[in-house]
Design a binder for this molecule. Sequence first.
Ligand SMILES: [Zn+2]
Length: 299
Amino acid sequence: VPHLPTFEFFDPMKRLFPTLALALFSMSLGSCTADKSAGTSAAGSAAPVKTTRNDGYRTPPVRGPVPRNPDMNLPSGRPKGPTITYSRVNVQGKYIAITFDDGPHASNTPRLLDILRARNVKATFFVVGKNVNLYPRIAKQIVQEGHEISNHSYSHPLLTKLGDAQYHDQIKRTHDAIVQATGVTPRLLRPPYGALTQRQREWAFSEYGYPTILWSVDPFDWKRPGSGAITSRILSGTTQGGIILAHDIHAQTVEAMPATLDTLLRRGYKFVTVSQLLAMQQNAATQTTGTVETVPVTE
Ligand SMILES: [Zn+2]
């Protein structure tokens, strides 16, 4: 089931919503701290909203114990054998991979990184090359914090509709942007909408060593169904060896992550990167000794 065409990048609401949310947030802050008069109220004003960058945002500290993903020194691997497309991986043990597409995003990606770091969860980010060039420092932070970063095309087109030269350009520009920004060579391809022809898959594998990575759990978070729905869809769809699809460009998705991650950890799942998951398939006997460090609860 492709996560589909109501096209993410050109939806004006998408751009408007974070701006509005930020404006409302600053207005409410203003009303708490400025005790002077109502003279500065912006209500009813038609003046354009001036926005500022949100780089300094930090996620507030979590209250109470948070489950922690175990430390696992696992190798990353490429698949051997004929399969070059994966939507899940057969593994022994409750290993899963969570993936975040379409970023980096100026404010939502740093917030997500804080949430992941607090739980020692390592994720895989399928980034859009254009956004890597916009936010190279965030791309670098993704890598520095132990996450995997990989190719999701340069401008998020439906790749199956492109000619060879255009397709190759989408892959190469993104590959180069990631290397340039992070110093790391991406190892995986996730095509926008999950759409890629067999010939395109084979080319990505032979030219870049990229297996094509789809997903087994799709919460349709890009439709913004609310963070509660995103959490419950991911929880009900996740099974051992699964690959979870999510999008770090959406505030709702980021807001859904604390409850989602904590519940999966308490259910005994261990988060690894997609390349680590692939490596486990080659050596299904891989065992680790890590465990979740809080008392499991019954859901
Ligand atoms: Zn995408």
